[in-house]
Write a protein that binds this ligand. Sequence first.
Ligand SMILES: Cc1cc2nc3c(=O)[nH]c(=O)nc-3n(C[C@H](O)[C@H](O)[C@H](O)COP(=O)(O)OP(=O)(O)OC[C@H]3O[C@@H](n4cnc5c(N)ncnc54)[C@H](O)[C@@H]3O)c2cc1C
Length: 560
Amino acid sequence: MTEPETKSPARVAILTVDDDPGVSRAVARDLRRRYGKDYRIVRAESGRQALEALNELKLRGDQVAVLLADHRMPEMDGVQFLEKAIDIYPNARRVLLTAYADTDAAINAINVVDLDYYLLKPWDPAEEKFYPIIDTQLEEWRHTDHRAVSQSKMIGHRWSARSSEVRDFLARNQVPYVSYMNDDPEGQRLLAAAGVNDSKLPVVITADGDVLVEPTDSELAEKVGLSTSPAEDFYDIVVIGAGPAGLGAAVYGASEGLRTVLVERIATGGQAGQSSRIENYLGFPDGVSGAQLTERARRQALKFGAELITTRDVVAVEVNGSARTVRFADGGTIDAHTVVLATGVSYRQLTAPGLDELAGRGVFYGSALSEAPGCAGQDVYIVGGANSAGQAAMYFSRYARTVTMLVRGPSLEASMSSYLIKQIATVETIKVRTTTEIVCGHGVDHLEGLTLRDNKSGDEEKVETGLLFVFIGAAPRTDWLDGATVRDQRGFVVAGPDLVVDGQRPTGWPLDRDPYHLETSIPGVFVAGDVRADSVKRVASAVGEGAMAVTLVHRYLEKR
Ligand SMILES: Cc1cc2nc3c(=O)[nH]c(=O)nc-3n(C[C@H](O)[C@H](O)[C@H](O)COP(=O)(O)OP(=O)(O)OC[C@H]3O[C@@H](n4cnc5c(N)ncnc54)[C@H](O)[C@@H]3O)c2cc1C
C-alpha cells in the first residue's frame, strides 16, 4: 500500500520507500515536517509498490524531485528499485538510505544507478544530517531542465588526448553532451548517420545537427552557442580569466553599472570549476561542487549584464593613452578603461620520463572530472598531497576499484586540511603512499603502468595502471606579461604596496600617487586571485579580491 502523506495540491513529489514500516513512517514524518507544504510526500513499503506509485504519478503528469530508497529490502533492494525508477523519472535525484555496513553497496550504486547521495542511518538529528542533504538534492533538481534536453554527441577514441580535451571542454562549459567511443555500436551508428568515418576523431554532432570533425575549441564554442566575440568596441573593465576571481570581478563590476566583459581561454570556473567538492567556502555547510558554484556565479554575472567571451586567449595588455588594450592570440583586441588580471595558476607538469607523451591518454593534470566514469573498476593513481589531490581521491573512490595517493612528503598533515585527511581515512579503497615519487611512466599509446620509488628505502616497484591524475604545485602562466607588468621570480604579478621598494615606485610609473592595493605596475590594470604574488590560494580570497578590484577600478576612474 502506498500512502500519499499529504493532501497538498503540489504536483511535485518526494518518494520514500522502506520495507520497515517504522523506519518508513519516520522518514516520511521528517520529510513532511520540512517539505510537506511544498511537496507531495509519497511513502511506499516495497520496491514494487513504489514503482506502482511512480507509474501513477507519471500518468497524472506529476513530477518527482527526489527518490529516497532503503537499500536492504527483500525482493527488490534499493539499488534495483532505483535502476527501474530511472526509466520512469530519469531526472529525479536518487538517494540511497544505507546502514554503515552497506557502504560498499552504496558506492557500487554510484555506478549502477548514478546515485546522487547515500545517506547513512541513523539520520538524527534531521536538521544536521538529513535536511541539508535533501535541500541540496531539491536545489539540484530545481536547476535541471525537466523537459527533454537536446544534447550534443561526441564520438571519440578511448586513448586520444584531443577526445579527452573535447569532453572536458564540453563538460566544463556545461554543454549537455553524450560521449561515445568509436568502437561502441552507437558511436559507429552516429558516425555512419553523419556520413563520416572514424579516421579523424573526435567528431561532435551538435544538438542542431551540425557535424564537426576534429573541431578546435573556438569552432566548438561557436557551434554550441558560447559567445566568442565582444559585442562592444569599448568597456569600462576587461576581466581576463573566468575563475572565482574573474567571476567575482564580473559580478561586482556589472552589478555596479560598469560595462564589463569577461574573457576566458577555456571554460568558466577556472581551477574551482574542476573541484569535485569545496567544503570550506562560506555559506555552504554541506559543501558544493566547484562546477555548481561557478556556474551560479556565471549566471549571476550574466544576469547583471556582464558579457562573457570564451576560447579567447589573451596574449598582451598594452597602454594606449588612457585606454588599455587587451590583445588575443588570434590578433583581435578589446579596449577598455581598466583591466583586471585574474588568470590564476595551472598545475606544473611531472617531469618523470614517459609521462609527457601520455598526457591526455591516461595522464591527466588536475581533476579531469569528466574522466570519472572511465575509472569504474580501475586502479587509479593520484600525485599530490594538498587539498585538491585529497578531494580528487574522495571523488574518484566513488568510481575506481582503488585509489592510491602518491605523496612526496612524509605525511599529509603538512599539506592537507584535517577534515579531508579524516574523510580519506574512512575510505578503505584509498591508499596513501608517503615518501613516494614516480620514476617513470610506461605505455605505448596510453598509460599502462608506473615505476614508483620509496624515497626512504630507495626501493622501486612497478605498478599497473591506466589512470594517473596529477595535482602538484601550481604555476602562473604569465610569460605574456613579460616587460609589461612587474612579476616576481616565479611569474606571479606584483601589486600595490609591494611595488614600492625603498620608497621608490616601479620604473615607468607615471602618476604622483602610489599604486592602489591590487594595482599592477600599469595604472588601471589590477590583479586578483591566485595569480597575484603572495596571494592566498583559496576560492574565498579570489572572489574577495575580484570584488575589491572593482572598488579600486571605481577609485581609479574617479581620480584619473
Ligand atoms: C581540484 C582543486 C580543488 C580545490 N579545492 C579548493 C577548496 O576546497 N577550497 C578552496 O578555497 N580552494 C580550493 N582550490 C583552490 C581554488 O580553486 C583557487 O584558489 C581558485 O580557483 C583561484 O581562483 P582564480 O580566479 O584566481 O584562478 P583560477 O581558478 O585558476 O582561474 C583562472 C582562469 O583564467 C583563465 N586564463 C588563464 N590565462 C588566461 C589567458 N591568458 N587568457 C584568458 N584566460 C586565461 C584560466 O583558463 C582559468 O579559467 C582548489 C583547486 C583545485 C585545482
